[in-house]
Design a protein around this ligand. Structure first.
Ligand code: NDP
Length: 326
């Protein structure tokens, strides 16, 4: 029987994951299809029930559902539990296991960025959404001793810091208000800067002005493209990297969890490039706006192209991005 793996999000029409996962299944002789399921939040419990069927191998989960999936699965891995977010589901019979492969994806990208240097101990994180949760947990488990989180809506950063309370008890994890002067003074004390906001995903906007980026930082943008932010940081003398490796390695980890096989990384990377050249704008997540049509709950798209996983809600279930109340 051909097995099914689905990406559940809202919207998902342009997801990059389909391109790399279907190619990996085909290359490794795994008889499976990767489908895109656009499901509004209200339809999520039914989608989860359907996943328990024998024809399903597992799923990917994307915004706005990563946090909402936590209580719907039967067991969480340590990373999913710690981050409070699920991006991959595997099966044990009819039981659903929730994983978070964004964490190893981020750690791989960070290791590459740091290279042969000693792992730094101090980081600034911009953003407090699902991606930022994986980033903060990845930094904590890499041994960082000081992490400062800035977010447009301070309360969301504060909730995230509170969520990590026990995990971060041995170190300094703080949320601070998004003021340029505060960001500037904190950047002077940090070695790593991560943009995990979606600013710059669909236009040339940048989260912070070029003038306040000091030289010699290690700078990572989760967005899978050369953003203005990365260009500014490079011009300032920083070492920079985009979100490609994180995307690739979260996908590779998921592939291995579903199939038990090592992922064909080169092929998956090539497929990501091709998909991006085919007109894709985002790596993993694209702000939902009025322009995004919301397909009906039962609608399913079979396919392997593009990206476009929607920003839509915070961990607390409140609208963000284009749907933001402000
Ligand atoms: P969320 O919707 O959960 O969070 C979005 C974040 O961006 C929030 O911190 C939000 O702030 C902030 N933000 C959005 N618009 C603005 C704005 N105009 N001004 C200030 N802040 C803003 O999304 P995710 O965390 O899942 O994704 C964030 C980014 O990371 C996306 O670009 C996504 O593509 C990328 N990503 C990449 C991955 C990869 O594998 N490379 C993996 C996961 C994410 P607020 O809370 O105040 O609304």
């Amino acid at each position: 029987m051909t097995k099914r793996v689905v990406l559940i999000g809202h919207p998902v029409a342009h997801s990059l994951s389909g391109a790399m996962q279907q190619a990996a299944f085909d290359d490794q002789g795994v008889d499976a299809t990767y489908e895109l399921w656009d499901r509004a939040p209200i339809a999520l419990p039914d989608a989860v029930t359907e996943l328990r069927g024998d024809d399903f191998l597992g799923a990917n989960v994307t915004i706005p559902h990563k946090e909402r999936m936590v209580p719907l699965v039967d067991r969480l891995t340590e990373e999913a539990h710690a981050t409070g977010a699920v991006n991959t589901i595997t099966k044990e019979g009819k039981r659903l296991i929730g994983h978070n492969t964004d964490v190893p994806g981020f750690r791989f990208a960070l290791d590459k960025l740091v290279g042969k240097q000693k792992m730094p101990r101090s980081a600034i994180v911009l953003g407090a959404g699902g991606g930022a949760r994986a980033v903060v947990f990845g930094l904590i488990t890499e041994g960082f001793q000081r992490i400062i989180v800035f977010n447009r809506h301070l309360h969301r950063a504060e909730s995230m810091v509170k969520h990590f309370g026990r995990t971060a008890a041995h170190m300094e994890l703080r949320a601070m208000p998004w003021h340029e002067s505060i960001i500037e003074s904190e950047l002077a004390k940090a070695k790593v800067l991560v943009n995990s906001t979606s600013i710059g995903l669909t236009d040339d906007a940048t989260p912070i002005p070029a003038e306040i980026i000091p030289p010699e930082l290690l700078v990572l943008d989760l967005i899978y493209k050369r953003t203005t932010f990365l260009r500014d940081a490079e011009a300032a003398g920083c070492t920079v990297s985009d979100g490609e490796l994180m995307l690739l390695h979260q996908g590779a980890a998921a592939f291995t969890l579903w199939t038990g096989k090592p992922a064909p990384l080169e092929l998956m990377q090539r497929k990501l490039h091709e998909a991006r050249e085919g007109g894709l704008r985002s790596a993993e997540g694209e702000p939902a706006g009025d322009a995004v049509a919301a397909p009906s709950a039962g609608e399913s798209t079979n396919g392997s192209s593009g990206t476009g996983e929607s920003s839509g809600e915070s961990a607390e279930g409140e609208p963000t991005g284009a749907a933001s109340p402000d």
